[in-house]
Design a protein around this ligand. Structure first.
Ligand code: FMN
Length: 327
């Protein structure tokens, strides 16, 4: 049994968190499956209307009595979206990507006033320090290996740097983690647990199209890239992030022609939305981390968590002690 400070803080059995992936990449069944398996399920609320956020929270509560979280991309979030999450006393409020001039403290204070634990994701040490100074409860250090919007630092140096910079605030490692080896490594780096995106997208309960799950399984992890192409296509300027996606036809088509994409973004966006609905894995930006190379099947989320914990325990209790005993 692996037990860390985040298990007590969140009230969960295993130190494993679902990344609150917005834009419909998470929904109540996946969130509840992760929470029911002893992890922390987190709904990505960005892109949902306030009514939908409320409905999703009700659906999560109907499917689990375990703690869960709701995630907001702060630079895109308006008051209307946050209100249902605050009002329904969501156990964990999860934030990421504020603008550089955005004050975190009111978001943290309001969550605390409603009895929520606050988790905040960062991609570098200055952002981590800023979050600690705003009194967040847990910091997620996200490495550039991860799927979706990421910074420049890789998890291996970033996690211990953040742990050191914000101590005693607990840190969760994210980016490139898909199995028990990643969990054991994160704990060795000083993290109190892991947050998973790509691995939990390729699960039975994940709401994405089956073709997109299969694209993760098919990926060898070497075929991802970071670019601004998805953001130019959707006409959203992120505060300091690039997007890691599969290097599929869509990305190849626009790489080096970003100016043309910017000019034609309106019609391209409509085509992307149609391709997404059709499950066309070549003609959409598919946000996938390098850990896709570690994922070879679509599994129930509970099974992912069970295997991950078992493998990490085996490494920590058998393999590593055997190494340290060896002469
Ligand atoms: C499709 C997708 C959408 C994401 N959306 C969000 C989001 O809305 N909010 C957020 O905090 N993180 C988001 N992330 C980042 C994840 O929370 C997490 O940090 C990342 O997936 C970890 O890397 P991994 O994919 O290698 O596990 C997203 C990631 C993916 C793959």
């Amino acid at each position: 049994m692996l037990h860390t400070r985040i298990c007590d803080l969140f009230g969960i059995a295993h130190p494993i968190v679902l990344g609150g992936m917005g834009g419909g990449h998470t929904a109540a069944p996946l969130v509840a499956a992760v929470s029911n398996a002893g992890g922390l399920g987190v709904l990505g609320a960005t892109g949902f209307s306030a009514v939908n956020v409320q409905k999703q929270i009700e659906a999560i509560r109907a499917a689990t009595d375990k703690p869960f979280g709701v995630n907001f991309l702060l630079f895109l979030t308006e008051e209307a979206g946050l209100t249902p999450a605050f009002q329904s006393r969501t156990p964990v409020m999860s934030y990421a990507w504020p603008r550089h001039d955005q004050d975190l403290r009111p978001y943290v204070q309001r969550a605390h006033d409603n009895g929520s634990v606050v988790m905040h994701m960062v991609g570098d040490v200055p952002e981590a320090t800023r979050a600690a100074e705003a009194h967040v409860d847990v910091i997620v250090a996200q490495g550039t290996e991860g799927g979706g919007h990421v910074g420049w630092m890789a998890s291996m140096p970033l996690v211990p740097m953040v742990v050191q910079a914000v101590a005693p605030v607990p840190v969760i490692a994210a980016g490139g983690i898909a199995d028990g080896r990643g969990l054991a490594a994160a704990l060795a780096l000083g993290a109190e647990g892991v947050l998973l995106g790509t691995r939990l997208l390729a699960t039975t309960e994940s709401p994405i199209h089956p073709n997109f799950k299969q694209a993760i399984v098919n990926s060898d992890g070497h075929d991802t890239t970071i670019s601004e192409i998805p953001d130019i296509a959707s006409r959203i300027v992120w505060p300091g992030a690039m997007a890691r996606t599969l290097r599929n036809r869509f990305i190849e088509q626009w790489a080096g022609r970003e100016w043309d994409l910017r000019r034609r973004a309106g019609s391209i966006l409509a085509a992307v939305q149609a391709a997404r609905a059709a499950g066309d894995a070549e003609n959409v930006p598919l946000f996938v981390g390098q850990d896709a190379g570690l994922i070879d099947s679509v599994l129930p989320a509970g099974e992912v968590i069970r295997r991950m914990v078992e493998e990490a325990e085996q490494i920590i209790t058998d393999r590593l002690p055997a190494i340290s005993r060896a002469r």
